[in-house]
Write a protein that binds this ligand. Structure first.
Ligand SMILES: Nc1ncnc2c1ncn2[C@@H]1O[C@H](COP(=O)(O)OP(=O)(O)OP(=O)(O)O)[C@@H](O)[C@H]1O
Ligand SMILES: [Mg+2]
Length: 467
């Protein structure tokens, strides 16, 4: 964070100083809500969690070097605190104030039903070639992760890449109020969290909050021309619109898309500034759209088309369990995509599996896609149908939802298994050298253990990259 005195922090969040001997002591380190992460000069944020109350760790944070604590109550003698009625709200206000003091930063907000983290990682990698870039690790995209990331920015930060997620209407607008983006990217509107939102229109309205937050003057909305619901958001923004996609009329587009034997896409990046060949090190055709969105942002901030294409080509999987490819010594390729799943990302992963298999025997080990509400059973039947249609050789359906998946996959050699352990047992028995095994389900299914157990007895020859 930029250096701020405790008095300035208190002013920014409308807080009251308690137990502060020197209000001019400055926060010069990072802002943390995990006391174990606090270092010298840091600010500790005492959040109340389900299992633990941050206030209990305030003294430890100060011992670890924190200059003060952002807290809901005074936390005792010798523990300087800025006391506010709502710590989470204050964290957002502090982030807003810090950003306000860093006017040179370009803030990029990203949303979509699938691909936010993948695109965030790609974009951070590409922009990193152009200027100092701050982006959250993994999927740190909610009301806490968002301000936490903003507070990592400093005077030398040029780009701030933020992943915006929503579980209810208004969430994305609230994130945009904390860190108003100049550039907003909407990747797609799918059916993730359909159970909570009730309809796809409600999901679309929630994602549109991002483009509604963009400024009229220099704002830019990067919209996926291949997704009609996203393309229609051009009407919802005052910002200039930059369309991306495979569509002929997309301003930044991909031509001549091909997948190599490992399922990695290459294409020609075409934009008003020229064209350049892109060869991605990521697996699956869905990364064409993700990389186009990243390219559009990079071009927008002044990078050249060849520079963008080259930078895209050196990006590798950066966040765990998303199409994480590992080859075992005896030639089994395990594709761990068990980070999460919804109907669109399931379909994307299955298509990638089909491309990767290319003559090898393919396995889909699939578990439940959660949070689909009443649409759940039909969505699982449909995924089974797609698995069969794509010519996947073996299907292992895990857990109570297995029946629905197998119902859709009639004609395919499919087996229901009760749980992760049963899936591992079956795979250990039947997988042969040369096979390609995709593992995918929602986080709650814990299927990443299928991948790790399958690899446990093996020595990985390569992770994320091909030999
Ligand atoms: N454009 C896309 N279309 C469909 N599936 C995608 C796309 N991009 C990534 N995926 C797949 O979706 C899953 C989640 O990817 P990623 O973590 O990038 O998305 P996310 O939007 O950040 O998810 P979350 O909402 O959990 O934060 C992975 O399995 C990934 O392979
Ligand atoms: Mg994410």
């Amino acid at each position: 964070m930029i250096a701020l005195t405790l008095a300035e922090v208190a002013e920014a969040v409308d807080g009251r100083l308690a137990g502060v001997a020197t209000p001019y002591a400055a926060v010069t380190g990072t802002v943390e809500f995990d006391s174990r992460e606090v270092g010298p000069g840091g600010l500790f944020v005492a959040l109340g969690g389900e299992r633990a109350d941050g206030h209990d760790f305030a003294a430890a944070a100060v011992t670890a070097g924190a200059v003060g604590v952002l807290a809901a109550r005074s936390v005792g003698v010798g523990v300087p605190a800025v006391v506010v009625p709502d710590v989470q709200v204050a964290l957002g206000r502090l982030a807003h104030e810090v950003l306000h003091r860093l006017p040179r930063i370009t803030v990029v907000g990203l949303t979509g039903s699938s691909g936010k983290t993948s695109t965030k990682d790609l974009l951070a990698h590409v922009l990193g070639h152009h200027g100092r870039t701050v982006a959250p690790p993994g999927s740190f995209n909610n009301e806490i992760g968002h301000p936490h990331t903003v507070l990592r920015a400093g005077p030398d930060t040029r780009y701030l890449v933020l992943e915006c997620s929503a579980r209810a209407p208004g969430h994305i607008a609230a994130l945009c109020a904390i860190a108003p983006p100049r550039i907003g990217v909407v990747l797609n509107v799918g059916t993730a969290h359909l159970g909570e939102f009730g309809s796809r229109a409600a999901i679309a309205a929630s994602k549109a909050e991002l483009v509604q937050a963009l400024p009229a003057g220099d704002g830019v909305a990067v919209l996926n021309a291949d997704d009609p619901i996203v393309a229609a958001m051009a009407q919802a923004t005052a910002a200039r619109v930059l369309t991306v996609g495979r569509a002929d009329d997309a301003i930044v587009r991909a031509e001549n898309i091909e997948l190599d034997d490992a399922g990695r896409p290459s294409y020609t990046l075409v934009c008003p500034g020229g064209r350049s060949a892109v060869r991605l090190g990521l697996y699956g055709a869905h990364h064409v759209g993700n990389s186009l969105a990243a390219a559009a942002v990079a071009l927008e901030v002044g990078m050249g088309v060849a520079e963008v294409a080259a930078a895209l080509g050196t990006a590798r999987p950066a966040s765990r369990w998303r199409m994480e490819v590992t080859d075992t010594d005896d030639g089994v390729r395990v594709v761990n995509d068990a980070y999460n799943a919804n109907p669109e990302s399931m379909a994307a992963a299955l298509r990638a599996l089909a491309a990767m298999a290319a003559g090898r025997r393919s396995w889909a080990v699939l578990g439940e896609m959660a949070e689909l509400g009443e649409h759940g059973p039909a969505a699982h039947v449909e995924i089974g149908r797609l698995t069969a249609e794509l010519g996947v050789d073996r299907l292992v359906a895990v857990g109570p939802i297995a029946r629905a998946i197998l119902e859709g996959a009639s004609g395919l050699a499919g087996e229901p298994v009760a749980d992760v352990a049963a899936a591992v047992e079956l795979l250990r028995r039947e997988v042969r050298p040369g096979d390609v095994v995709l593992v995918k389900a929602s986080r709650s299914a814990g299927l990443e253990r299928v991948a790790s157990d399958l690899l446990a007895s093996e020595q990985p020859a390569a992770a994320g990259v091909l030999p």
